[in-house]
Design a protein around this ligand. Sequence first.
Ligand code: CNA
Length: 414
Amino acid sequence: MQENSETSTQSGSEDKEGFYVSPKLDCPHEPSLNLDKIAEAINDQLLKTPCKGCSDLKENWLCLECLEVFCSRYVNSHMAEHNQQVGHSIAFSLSDASFWCYSCDSYIYSNNLRIISSKFSKVKHPNANKDKDALAQQLANMTLQEKEGPVEFTREDLIKGLKENKFKSICFMTGAGISVAAGIPDFRTPGTGLYSKVQNLKLPYPEAIFSLDYLQQKPEAFFTLSKGFLDYKASPVQAHYFIKKIHDDGNLMLSYTQNIDGLEHEAGVPLEKMVEAHGHMRSAHCIECCKKHSMEEFFKYVNEEKVFYCDCEKKGVVKPDIIFFGEKLPNSFFSKFEEVSKADLVFVMGTSLKVFPFASLLTGVKKTTPLVLVNYENPGVKRDNFLFLQGPIEDSIISIMKDVGWELAELKKN
Ligand code: CNA
């Protein structure tokens, strides 16, 4: 559920269909940055540097102009203050590797900025990129033609490749859309999506329902919503079993998911093959003392229509281990961020690609790697080696399975 760590409103990224936060891709302030110098500045010490204004360590930003560290709006707003005082625009989150421009009042992103996020990921997870140098070498040794690869990737290429077991390192990037057929609403589909349904909760903005800040102020809203939304009884559908089939054949490299429903895991995909970027619902914790609590306990309170407060000194609210806006993504997201560059086939399914940093995974996919988008609409992917299977995900998956000659899974009825 992580959408942004700095916005407390939808901040200029609002459209007619609802509210969302997506990065600006052409920030006019970015070209003046000295990216090499900034990348050099990212070291171990910097990650432990407290906010210059209040010495807090919880959630800090690196000002990309003066390289000073300041805290976020969720702490004491010293980064925002710094921008007002000296006019420095762009900051890099030392929590979740996102970029925010204070002058544009928006997340920003570009391929050039990857030098900073990838240095950050290297410093934070020094053992995670062992094979990266080898990969870089391999790419450098390729001829130009190999690098550019064929421009087309057709449905026939996909079916033939799967039939012939040609793809050995398949990655998935999934979102709420793959679980819609299981009966769980997504966020943004007008009418049926969750954001259309929270209007009666009188939230200051729809994402507030999953914001840490708002949970602290008005926990009742989240507990009210949990009754209708988080207590679903859903079972995996063909899209989840498709990932499992690829795993069973030994060809699943990783399944990166934004979903918190754990349905791929329930279908049989082991957790070590999954990156649950926005957390999960297998356990809960107190937001103050971090004590673990069970989901049974959490739902007991939800059913009694009460807020669950921990028995610790601070009486913190207890919430499931899903990532709220304002929280860091799990370390596994950053440590496995670069893995996607080793995939030989990538499926992007059921996501509007509006949530960052998750959506930035796409920039790591090699140009030569075929990318298959399975969704109602194309959220703006344009590249070579691209196949868009438009329409209901279950239909597309069932038709792929049939054409490859794979048996469909028997689905459980709820
Ligand atoms: P989203 O922004 O709601 O986008 C869903 C996408 O899937 C949209 O592009 C839809 O058009 C598409 N879609 C929906 N149903 C279908 C279908 N049957 N066939 C084809 N396409 C379909 O959701 P994202 O995942 O992109 O946004 C990320 C949020 C949603 C994350 O923070 C999640 O935690 C959160 N979320 C998760 C769940 C879940 O775990 N099942 C449910 C609702 C929201």
